[in-house]
Design a protein around this ligand. Structure first.
Ligand code: BDR
Ligand code: CA
Length: 319
């Protein structure tokens, strides 16, 4: 199986990503690291522990990471961080309270030590703000050479989801994202909103997963129904009426079925200064910069392959 480390800000779609990674026989989920993003990092950790307990994978450890962006102290900073988190109770996820405790090591310690000791290739998959990855690069100059492939959920080409042009994971810590994309990783895949919004899940998909009668099937059905509700509200029943993207889980599915996404190589930079465009991924589609392409950019996805994989893997007995 392909070894994987998931860096998450759990988060509803992160939860589905964790379940797919933990249950897919072709993946060995080596560990989960958490970062401030959707909710304050302590709730990301608690939600991740709850999900792993729920599917019977308490053996997979959770390492808590950054509780704030790398350098930024003012706007844009995830408004959830400023809220002190009291309104984001761990109950956000429709799974029972965690029985397990987080590991003693921090996310950065785990990342650096695991890659130093690795004898097999371990894919690194951040599906939240890139703060932990940037911190690991700063703490260990050799880290970038030890990571064979990094698959990032982040960025957008035609649109953003926090501002008109910026996607949340990049926006939430733009300096960290800029450092990660400039670090020189061997193989970088950036899974954008353009792609994840093509792998939408519907109410019918939720019914299909619930009918599996398994912990992951039921939890995913409940989670995605919640996301469809939120999405419809956001879209005012616009183009997505009755469906929602499950961004982070698409990245895990891509790890085992590379046909789920189509990618093209581009030079991509992150805006960190302009108040209007901060957190925007600038995709140099015509090569204007003269810089060598640094990412495989995913702009398209196959919803059927994605949902069929969830139905296949979540049908297997677990919990
Ligand atoms: C990303 O931001 C979060 O809302 C999701 O967990 C996903 O990682 C999408 O922009
Ligand atoms: Ca996420």
């Amino acid at each position: 199986p392909q070894k994987l480390i998931l860096d998450v800000d759990t988060g509803t779609d992160d939860a589905v990503a964790i379940m797919l990674a933990a249950l897919h026989p072709a993946i060995e989920l080596v560990g989960v690291t958490t970062v401030n993003g959707n909710v304050p990092v302590n709730f990301c950790t608690d939600n991740s522990l709850r999900v792993l307990d729920h599917i019977g994978r308490s053996d997979i450890k959770v390492y808590e990471g950054a509780d704030r962006p790398l350098v930024r102290t003012a706007h844009p900073i995830p408004h959830r961080y400023d809220d002190g988190g009291e309104k984001y109770h761990p109950e956000e996820l429709p799974v029972p309270a965690a029985r397990s405790k987080k590991a003693d090591k921090t996310a950065v310690e785990f990342l650096i030590e695991t890659y130093r000791a690795a004898t097999d290739p371990i894919v690194l998959m951040p599906v939240g703000p890139l703060t932990n990855i940037a911190a690991a690069l700063a703490a260990d100059p050799g880290f970038v050479k030890r990571v064979p492939e990094i698959i990032i959920m982040g960025g957008g080409y035609a649109f953003g989801n926090v501002t008109a042009t910026a996607e949340f994971n990049i926006w939430a810590d733009a300096e960290a994202a800029a450092r990660v994309l400039n670090a020189g990783f061997e193989k970088v895949t950036l899974v954008t909103l353009d792609a994840t919004h093509q792998a939408l899940m519907t109410h019918a998909d939720c019914d299909r997963l619930e009918a599996l009668g398994t912990p992951a099937g039921k939890a995913t059905a409940d989670i995605v129904r919640f996301r469809i509700g939120v999405h419809d509200a956001y879209q005012k029943m616009g183009e997505h009426g009755g469906s929602a993207p499950v961004h982070d889980a698409v990245c895990v599915a891509y790890l085992v079925d590379r046909a789920i996404l189509s990618t093209k190589r581009y030079f991509v930079e992150v805006e960190t200064a302009s108040p209007l465009m901060v957190g925007t991924t600038i995709v140099d589609t015509q090569g204007r910069s003269g810089a060598k392409p640094n990412v495989d950019l995913a702009l398209n996805a196959d919803p059927k392959r994605f949902v069929d994989m969830l139905a296949e893997i979540f049908a297997k007995p677990h919990g």
